[in-house]
Design a protein around this ligand. Sequence first.
Ligand code: GLC
Length: 481
Amino acid sequence: MNILMASSECLPFSKTGGLADVAYSLSKEYARKKHNVSVITPFYSSIDISKFPNITKYQELEVKMNWRHIRFTIYHTEIDGISYFLVDNKYYFYRDSLYGFYDDGERFAFFSNAIIEFLKNSSNNFDILHVHDWQVGMLPCLLKVRYFNDEKLNKIKTVLTIHNPLFKGYFSPSSLYDLYELNQNLYNDGSVRLDDQVSTLKAGIKFADKITTVSPTHAYELTTREGSFGLWYDLTLRQNDFVGILNGMDYDEFSPRSDKLIYKTFNLRNYKTGKNENKVEFCKEHNLDPDLPLFAVVSRLTDQKGLDLIFSMSDFITHAGGNFAVLGSGETHAENFFNDLYMKNQNHTFVYIGYNNNLAHKLYAASDFFIMPSKFEPCGLGQMIAHRYGSLPIVRATGGLKDSVIGYYSDDNGDNSDLANGFVFNDYNVCEAIKTVGEALNLYNTRKKLITKLSRNALKTDHTWSASADKYLELYNEIVK
Ligand code: GLC
């Protein structure tokens, strides 16, 4: 299979969220399975070119976007068996950050049109164009509508993956021709219209050959009124072509047995002492008592991640005899909350506002519990990394959290300690959240052996990409004749 991934961010070049991890680690798995895989992604000014000495100039092309004639260069390199094509245009991509500009619609319209130009001029015959999120959502529509009689382009099948349904790629109806040279009828007949605007995500849902999201539970949620952020109607219309495939994670980057960033490497055999050493060192370094359970949060501090629940949980933990550690950045009120928490409970808290990969690894390896009570979570990566380092996720049953964490329970007939690898609660409310943290804390204090057993289950949980990559490949095979 010859696959082209189109993504507005991709490791090792750029990252603001899980999309970058997925575009990279799924592609790496394809390469491992001996498929031809390429990624096309913008050349942002934040990319440190000195780290990639093998990048070469590949092609100079021009895109026509209505009255605009835009020249751009494609750079090429190969990493981990993946062929990377980087679209370089200083005007659109040399900015302070990846997103958040008044002209994002135009920037990613340029990117999408540049991908079409690349496809036209490429000697690769791609079977599949796999597009991710709203930034490249218009590509399936361009291929099906604008280039339907282009012999080369009309053979390419498309898959859209929705990583975050919050972002729809809205822009004004008049831009449809201006940015994509598409006929206004597509708006008038509803094909690309959502909430009386053009939505590139909706266009992808309408025109892609297959649509996926990043967990089975989230796929279900996206067909409900309550859980779909307005997409349920369009996704229900396409339900025969819509599936949820659970993300995997990058086992090379997150590997307790070889991780150079943690204090002490460990594996399934020696993890009890190995993990404990990580905890003791971390606590020593940050003035915490290593005998107390350590609860960690590593996250963007945004509403989606369940901030109000995290606030209550952290308050509770520091009062009930636990240690609470948080690493992340985001909304100012959250950053302030955690700084205050630290001022009030210096002996029970660790607070790092910002992003720090080194510290994140250490915290995963040192913590006993990993808190992730998201409001919604299409898949989530933190809970999987936590498993990998034997830290028990405490999550809310939503999206991929529900699909990847087995919550511990016990009743008169026994418990599920042979399987459980974390703690799960259902409803988004403070009572449930605190009750669950309380249970974890209590078990830590009274049933240490049980916690060790669950932690062992966590370490054994399989979050490799292999099975999920096969599911994507099956899907590709259904549409490539
Ligand atoms: C988005 C989602 C997250 C998911 C990631 C990768 O960031 O919010 O849940 O894990 O995409 O698919």
